[in-house]
Design a protein around this ligand. Structure first.
Ligand code: FAD
Ligand code: DHY
Length: 492
């Protein structure tokens, strides 16, 4: 089949009835659920983009193996040009959502592509695992599927390993083997967009300890698999809020969910790893998922930071405060943050690494630096927006107020911005800013930037330890050598 249209994606959503729970009730029809309507249509828009003649060549290619047109997210990069082509897809998808939706289909499509192309290390443990992930890659590529993922254990007692939790199946684990497959029980988080996806993939970041064997697993399933329960967090919009009052929150909310597996059968051909602590700990570093998906995260994060920066600049300009040095300093800092991430992305692409099989990956150090910096740069952009918007963020009336002729005169007079900025435009802009920096919707976007890639503190510590292990510290070594006054080496 190759690239799907938005209508085909929606047909898929309508054809399924996953067990979704929202605010205490079972959602009877995911497509008709007001909370999911806008995000479904945002995702559909991305599928339609793949058919838009203006960008089709930029974001898709004809796959040599299937001879069908597929997303560039399914490309196994072999050159810098392939990285550029893949970046094209990430960029167009992120621009269409202002970088606010992190788990658009391209993200997990890259994860699975990378797992499949680097799956050989699994053969040593079980040749079926590598074969299964390679077949799964072809399946999602050829059917252009949209996946969610759940890789974190629920937050119960983080000071204890999975096998030390109060209940053996609080964390998702294997219960038994059957001729048809593996039966799994327990919970995983935090499956973003789960209710409106086609499939779920489960794997883990490293950290398994001996004794954790039953929890060391990776697999994928259709999202409506019997026994799989999706428990949504509280929605941040009800699907009925005005687009004028909430220009972003009304459209771009990504639902997050805990997945509960009630003795779910995973067919053997969908098991990628099982009962093996060593293999599970190697999955993240060996299967390229530390690097290939971070390319998507970096491009998307750049566009989100750029968007927040533009919003901060526009609100400052609309009320004439960007004539002040302190405001220019804050806004200049945000523009420099954008430039920093942009430069790091280019370095990651230019200084790409080539694996033994010839696969090209963006370079680790600049990608990891992006991952280290965005969790503070994005919250800082939000803080600057709050500081510049100040009380204005809290004086916005609603579109209903603008529609009331009794009030309209006052609104036009007292909510006006600097010359040339009518009140309705100024209020609209401040509402856009409030969605980002005040609403629960915006707080989630901030929390996402802090944690989408794992705990930023531990990630930076790993980065430092890798640096220390590999760097030869030759500048310091050289400076410690003893030279005489003519700069001749006396003592090595
Ligand atoms: C908006 C959002 C969307 C997400 N979407 C997804 C998704 O689609 N799929 C998915 O699988 N995951 C998703 N995640 C989850 C994300 O991967 C985790 O939030 C992230 O890995 C951090 O784990 P945690 O939240 O369990 O925090 P924890 O690991 O519980 O950390 C909590 C705090 O304790 C500290 N801490 C915990 N353990 C240690 C330790 N061993 N040493 C030192 N300090 C420690 C941390 O520094 C942190 O401050 C999402 C998260 C957010 C916020
Ligand atoms: O670290 C990144 O930037 C991207 C990334 C890769 C794999 C994951 O499972 C994940 O949640 C996030």
């Amino acid at each position: 089949m190759g690239i799907r249209t938005g209508a085909q994606y929606i047909e898929g959503v309508k054809s399924r009835n996953p067990e979704v729970w929202l605010a205490g009730r079972r959602v009877s029809n995911v497509y008709e659920e007001p909370v999911f309507q806008a995000p479904i249509h945002q995702i559909a828009k991305l599928y339609d983009l793949q058919h838009d003649p203006k960008v089709q060549e930029k974001i898709t290619h004809v796959c040599a193996e299937s001879e069908e047109r597929v997303s560039n997210a399914f490309l196994v990069p072999k050159s810098y040009q392939d990285l550029e082509a893949r970046r094209g897809t990430f960029e167009e998808f992120a621009k269409a959502t202002y970088g606010l939706m992190g788990r658009t289909p391209d993200f997990l499509n890259v994860v699975v592509t990378s797992m499949a192309s680097n799956s050989e290390f699994l053969d040593k443990y079980n040749p079926e695992w590598g074969r299964n992930i390679r077949n799964y890659y072809k399946y999602i590529r050829d059917n252009d599927l949209f996946l969610t993922h759940a890789i974190i254990n629920p937050q119960n007692d983080r000071s204890k390993a999975s096998h030390e939790q109060q209940d053996m199946y609080t964390h998702l684990g294997a219960v038994k083997e059957t001729p048809e497959g593996l039966v799994v029980r327990g919970a995983k988080m935090l499956a973003t967009l789960a209710p409106i996806t086609d499939e779920v993939i489960v794997y883990s970041f490293p950290g398994f300890k001996p004794g954790d064997e039953r929890y060391a697993l990776a697999f994928a399933l259709p999202i409506d698999t019997p026994g799989l329960r999706i428990i949504c967090r509280e929605a941040m919009q009800d699907g009925k809020r005005s687009v004028y009052d909430h220009p972003l929150a009304s459209r771009f909310e990504e639902m997050d969910a805990v997945l509960v597996f009630n003795d779910v059968l995973v067919p053997w051909d969908r098991v990628f790893l099982y009962n093996n602590v060593e293999a599970a700990n190697l999955l993240y570093p060996k299967a390229g998922i530390a690097q290939q998906p971070a390319h998507q995260s970096g491009v998307r994060g750049l566009i989100k930071l750029q968007f927040a920066t533009e919003v901060a600049c526009k609100i400052a300009d609309s009320i004439g405060v960007d004539v002040y040095l302190n405001v220019q300093n804050d806004l200049g800092e945000l523009v420099q943050s954008v430039e920093t991430i942009r430069a790091l992305l280019r370095v990651a692409e230019y200084e790409h690494e080539v694996t033994a099989s010839g696969e090209v990956m963006p370079a680790y150090a600049p990608l990891e630096t992006i991952r280290g910096l965005l969790p503070t740069m994005y919250p800082r952009a939000i803080e600057v927006m709050q500081i510049i918007g100040a009380g204005g963020l809290l004086m916005s009336p609603t579109d209903a107020d603008f529609e009331n002729p009794e009030l309209r005169g006052d609104l036009d007079r007292y909510y006006v911005g600097k010359e040339g900025v009518p009140s309705e435009d100024r209020v609209h802009l401040f509402k856009l800013a409030w969605d980002l920096c005040g609403e629960a919707f915006g707080q989630r976007l901030l929390q996402y930037e802090r944690y989408y890639t794992g705990d930023p503190i531990r990630k930076r510590a790993i980065f430092y330890n890798n640096f220390k292990r590999k760097d030869s510290f030759e500048l310091v070594e050289d400076a410690l050598k003893i030279y005489d006054t003519k700069n001749e080496l006396i003592n090595n």
